[in-house]
Design a protein around this ligand. Structure first.
Ligand SMILES: Nc1nc(=O)c2c([nH]1)NC[C@@H]1CN(c3ccc(C(=O)N[C@@H](CCC(=O)O)C(=O)O)cc3)CN21
Ligand SMILES: CC(C)C(=O)C(=O)O
Ligand SMILES: [Mg+2]
Length: 264
């Protein structure tokens, strides 16, 4: 079995093949997603909401993410494993290096951080020290209190332009993957076309290079709520494995996300 690597993900983009991704927090689900052929598994700080029942992702700690990363790593053979840096764990370069080291040692192959060009020096420093980085732009949930809620980002032309230039700055600094969350489909398309690296969308329309969903949303069992961009694949398949393989099939064919799971 050929392991998914960062260069393998880039090749997928170049070949026009969609990248499939889900969050995972434990070994059993990681193994099942891996066996179904999901390309990338994210230990997301969404675990604060779907596992812990918190109102947002801010209370999540580096130890929480490290614990779940160890579990996911043990369940994974093929998929690429990346882990979220939680709120305030990358406020300074020194903190970032120590916390990224914890997640890489726990079994992550890449760390993800929310934000734009303010992160560029940190990204370069991480790369030089052997840590690959995934960016995250658009609705960055750790900034929920700055946004005043979980709201679609980049609807105004000036905002969209700023986001596009931040995406280019991140790529220039060395990010090898970018998550784009909750933006109009037109902006998802523009960012994906402007960058060489793969762009993984969640609520960013059908034209990104791949898709990611929170696993609990895909099974329709999230404790809090269901974002508009998510889809319950269990209800139409009645079986968890079939739900995952239908999700993969729909992402690969372009059937997901349709307009009802996208923003204008
Ligand atoms: N279960 C779950 N799914 C997620 O996708 C998710 C989490 N939790 N926790 C971490 C973040 C938070 N995210 C969220 C949470 C809520 C919305 C939401 O309610 N969005 C509105 C859009 C409102 C607007 O139009 O501006 C929606 O209707 O979907 C979006 C992303 C995405 N992530
Ligand atoms: C929704 C994804 C992209 C995420 O950051 C998370 O699960 O925490
Ligand atoms: Mg996250």
């Amino acid at each position: 079995m050929k392991k998914v690597t960062v260069s393998g993900l880039l090749k997928k983009k170049q070949a026009g093949e969609k990248i499939t991704s889900l969050t995972a927090y434990d070994a059993s689900f990681a193994k099942m997603f891996d066996e179904q052929g999901v390309d990338a598994l994210l230990i997301g700080d969404s675990l604060g909401m779907v596992l812990q029942g918190q109102d947002d992702t801010l209370p999540v700690t580096i130890d929480d993410i490290a614990y779940h990363t160890k579990s996911v790593r043990r369940g994974t053979e093929r998929a690429f494993v990346l882990a979220d840096m939680p709120f305030m764990s990358y406020a300074t370069p020194e903190q970032t290096y120590a916390n990224a080291a914890t997640l890489m040692a726990a079994g992550a192959s890449m760390v993800k951080m929310e934000g734009g060009s303010w992160l560029c020096d940190t990204i370069k420093g991480l790369n030089l020290r052997g840590v690959p980085v995934c960016g995250h732009l658009g609705l960055t949930p750790q900034s929920v209190h700055v946004f005043g809620g979980f709201k679609v980002q980049g609807r105004e032309a000036s905002q969209a332009e700023k986001l596009l230039s931040e995406a280019k700055a991140l790529e220039e600094a060395g990010v090898q993957l970018l998550v784009l969350e909750c933006v109009p489909s037109s902006l998802g398309k523009a960012v994906s076309e402007a960058l060489t690296i793969p762009v993984i969308g969640i609520g960013a329309g059908k034209d990104t290079d791949g898709q990611i969903l929170v696993m609990h949303d895909m099974f329709g069992i999230s404790a809090n709520y269901m974002p508009k961009f998510s889809k319950n694949y269990l209800v139409e398949t009645g079986d968890m494995r079939k739900a995952v393989s239908k999700y993969i099939e729909d992402v690969q064919s372009g059937a997901f996300p349709s307009a009802e799971h996208s923003f204008e």
